[in-house]
Design a protein around this ligand. Structure first.
Ligand SMILES: Nc1nc2c(ncn2[C@@H]2O[C@H](COP(=O)(O)OP(=O)(O)O)[C@@H](O)[C@H]2O)c(=O)[nH]1
Ligand SMILES: [Mg+2]
Length: 350
C-alpha cells in the first residue's frame, strides 16, 4: 500500500486536510507508536468499482487503499529545536510521497500574512538540510574508508558528492537523474527531497491564489480546507446537495487522492466475479505478470495469459458474455502493459 506523509508549517491546515480524508472516507485514524503522527488507511473512492459491484452483486467488494500520515508541525522553530536533525521527519521517512500543505489564507492565530511561496521555500529548505546532513555524514565515512585504501564504495562516494552539490545549491533531489544502479545505492537513505511532492495550497475562503510551478515529480493543487471540512462533517447523503449549493464540484478526498495517483504514477485494475469485485493498484507501465504478482506470487510464477476487458466496455456491454460477443475481451501475454481500468482474469499453472 502506498503511503503519503503530510507536512507543512504549523497552522497551515495539515490536520484539517487529514480530517477531510479520514471523514470523507469514513475511516479511522490511529496514533503511531511514538505518538507523534496519526495514521489512517483510506479507501480509494472509485465509481467504476461501485458500478462493477452493481453489475456482479458480489459477496464482497474491495476498494484500493492508500495510507496518509499526519505529522506534528515541521519547520516550526521550536519543533526544530526539540527534535535533533533528521528525527523531525521520522514519521514520514518511510512514505512513498510527501504532501506539503501551504497556507494561502490569513489566520488570526498567526501574525505573518499568507505567503505560500515563502512557506514552501522554508519547508523545502528544511527537507534539503535534512537530506544534506545524511549525505554528509555518510560521505565523510566513505571518504575515510577511501583514504585507507578501501575502494568498494567509490561509486557511492562519487554519487553522494554529486547529491551534496545539488543540495548545497538548494536543488531538491527530485530533479536529479539517476540510473537504476544509483537509485539502488541511495534507496536505503530515504532522502526526503527525492520523494515525489504534492503541494496543496490551502486557499481559505478568499480569491484563490496562483499555484506554485510544477516540476519533476512535483504537482500542485488548490484546496479549500475549511469549506470541505464542513462538507464532510455532514451526513453522507447531504454532502452532494450542500456542495452543489456552494458551487463546489469536487470533494477534498477525491481531489487529493487523484492528485496522489497522478504524482505516484498509479493506475487501478480490477478483478471481477460473483465472489468478489476488487480494485488493485499498479504503477503505470507495469505488465500483466506484475498485475498477477500483485494478486498473488503464485499467479506470477505460473502465469499463462491474461484475459483483458476494459471496464467501461464491460459496463457498457452489461455482462461478460456480451462483452466477449462484442469482441471487447482480449487475450494478452505476460508483457502486456496494463491500462488503467482494465478488468483482468489471470490464467495460471498451479
Ligand atoms: N480561515 C481558514 N482557516 C483554516 C483553514 N484551514 C484550516 N484553518 C484553521 O487553521 C488552524 C490550523 O489548522 P490545522 O489543520 O490544525 O493546521 P496544522 O497545524 O497544519 O495541522 C485551525 O484553527 C483551522 O481551523 C481555511 O481554509 N480557512
Ligand atoms: Mg496538525
Amino acid at each position: 500500500m502506498q503511503r503519503v506523509g503530510i507536512l507543512g508549517l504549523p497552522q497551515s491546515g495539515k490536520s484539517t486536510l487529514f480530517e477531510i480524508l479520514v471523514q470523507g472516507a469514513g475511516a479511522e485514524a490511529a496514533a503511531s507508536a511514538a505518538g507523534r503522527e496519526r495514521i489512517a488507511v483510506i479507501v480509494v473512492p472509485d465509481p467504476r468499482v461501485d458500478r462493477l459491484a452493481a453489475m456482479y452483486a458480489p459477496k464482497k467488494t474491495t476498494w484500493a487503499q492508500i495510507q496518509f500520515v499526519d505529522t506534528v508541525a515541521a519547520g516550526h522553530p521550536s519543533a526544530r529545536a526539540a527534535a535533533k536533525g533528521p528525527d523531525l521527519f521520522s514519521g514520514v521517512r518511510n512514505c512513498d510521497a510527501l504532501l506539503a500543505v501551504v497556507r494561502a489564507f490569513d489566520s488570526p492565530a498567526l501574525t505573518a500574512p499568507a505567503d505560500p511561496a515563502r512557506d514552501l521555500r522554508e519547508l523545502e529548505s528544511d527537507l534539503i538540510l535534512n537530506d544534506l546532513a545524511i549525505v554528509e555524514a555518510r560521505r565523510d565515512k566513505l571518504a575515510k574508508e577511501l583514504r585507507v585504501g578501501r575502494k568498494d564504495n567509490e561509486r557511492e562516494h562519487a554519487l553522494l558528492t554529486r547529491l551534496a552539490e545539488a543540495l548545497e545549491a538548494e536543488r531538491p533531489l527530485r530533479g536529479e537523474t539517476m540510473d537504476a544502479e544509483e537509485e539502488k545505492l541511495i534507496r536505503g537513505y530515504q532522502f526526503l527531497t527525492r520523494k515525489p511532492l504534492l503541494v496543496v495550497v490551502n486557499q481559505g475562503e478568499g480569491a484563490p491564489r496562483p499555484l506554485p510551478p510544477e516540476g519533476p515529480h512535483t504537482l500542485a493543487v488548490g484546496l479549500r480546507a475549511h469549506l470541505w471540512r464542513e462538507v464532510v462533517g455532514l451526513p453522507a447523503e447531504e454532502r452532494d446537495a450542500f456542495r452543489r449549493e456552494l458551487g463546489i464540484e469536487d470533494d477534498g478526498l477525491s481531489l487529493t487522492i487523484r492528485a496522489c495517483y497522478r504524482l505516484l504514477g498509479l493506475i487501478s485494475f480490477f478483478t471481477v466475479g460473483p465472489d468478489e469485485v476488487r480494485a488493485w493498484t499498479l504503477h503505470r507501465g507495469d505488465r500483466a505478470v506484475d498485475a498477477a504478482g500483485a494478486i498473488h506470487t503464485d499467479l506470477a510464477k505460473g502465469f499463462i495469459r491474461a484475459e483483458v476487458t476494459p471496464c467501461d466496455k464491460l459496463l457498457e456491454a452489461g455482462s461478460e458474455a456480451a462483452a466477449r460477443q462484442q469482441r471487447h475481451a482480449r487475450i494478452e501475454g505476460r508483457d502486456y502493459v496494463v491500462q488503467d481500468g482494465d478488468c483482468l482474469e489471470i490464467r495460471f499453472n498451479k
